[in-house]
Design a protein around this ligand. Structure first.
Ligand code: PGA
Length: 252
């Protein structure tokens, strides 16, 4: 599987800013994207079309959504369905992002429902998991990962393909804080995720496990080459095309 280099823009960028970033990024990466890497841009809903229009014809690039509601259509004011995202050219969507869990209050069971519905609707899903600092200090990292993966993947077929499901390990204490997990912490957590995933899914040994949490141009080369790290999910440092292009090309 190709390493997935994903930019989560969160609630940033107008359409014009998004379009100019997409053009800049394609120019900055040029023909240097190695065959074993793919790029995913995850804009806010309002900028998806602007980005998709530019990237649709560029090999190696995909567009994703940060969120969706698990229903085909209906009376769900303010929500957006997977089929609407498919219609915009989104290939991927996130579920379980820490900000959805902790700011919007999404529980494991709802994350599971979204993961299942998104996959059944033809979206590729990146299920995000990770412990808080309190859970880490209490020695509960493995327990948290087991719970989030066990419930989060509970409703989906064991035979689900690695092409359509990836996991992002994002320790909550490392997201947007500038405090990146050290190589030992990443190796240990990713090895745990690999073991748990392989116990749940038939092809868990081949599913991609991304690292997320304060990834920057200066630390990506080390992270991306660690065992069981099959990509990165980048917030803050993905907001400038120059910085994200360096992350995309790090360590090659
Ligand atoms: P960060 O965010 O890179 O700003 O820490 C990562 C994420 O939220 O996916």
């Amino acid at each position: 599987m190709k390493k997935l280099m994903a930019a989560n823009w969160k609630m940033y960028k107008t359409r014009a800013q998004a379009a100019s970033y997409a053009r800049d990024l394609v120019g900055l990466v040029g023909d240097r994207l190695p065959d074993d890497r793919e790029i995913l841009i995850i804009p806010p809903f309002t900028a998806i079309t602007a980005v998709a229009e530019i990237l649709a014809s560029t090999p190696g690039y995909s567009v994703g959504a940060q969120n969706f509601y698990p229903a085909e259509e209906g009376a769900f004011t303010g929500e957006i369905s997977p089929s609407m995202l498919n219609d915009l050219g989104c290939a991927y969507a996130l579920t379980g992002h820490s900000e959805r869990r902790h700011v919007m209050g999404e529980a494991d069971e709802f994350v599971a429902e979204k993961t299942k519905f998104g996959l059944n609707s033809g979206l590729k899903i990146i299920l995000c998991i990770g412990e808080t600092i309190e859970q880490r200090k209490a020695g509960k990292v493995r327990e948290v990962l087991e719970r989030q993966l066990g419930i989060g993947l509970g409703g989906i077929a064991k035979s689900t393909s690695p092409d359509v499901l990836a996991i992002a390990y994002e320790p909550v204490w490392a997201i947007g804080t500038g405090e990146v997990a050290g190589p030992e912490q990443i190796l240990e957590a990713h090895a745990d995720v690999r073991k748990i995933l392989s116990g749940i899914m038939d092809k868990g040994d081949r599913m991609r496990i991304l690292y997320g949490g304060s990834v920057k141009p200066g630390n990506c080369a080390e992270i991306i080459n660690l065992d069981n790290v099959d990509g990165v999910l980048v917030g803050g440092a993905s907001l400038q095309a120059e910085s994200f292009s360096q992350i995309i090309l790090a360590g090659i």
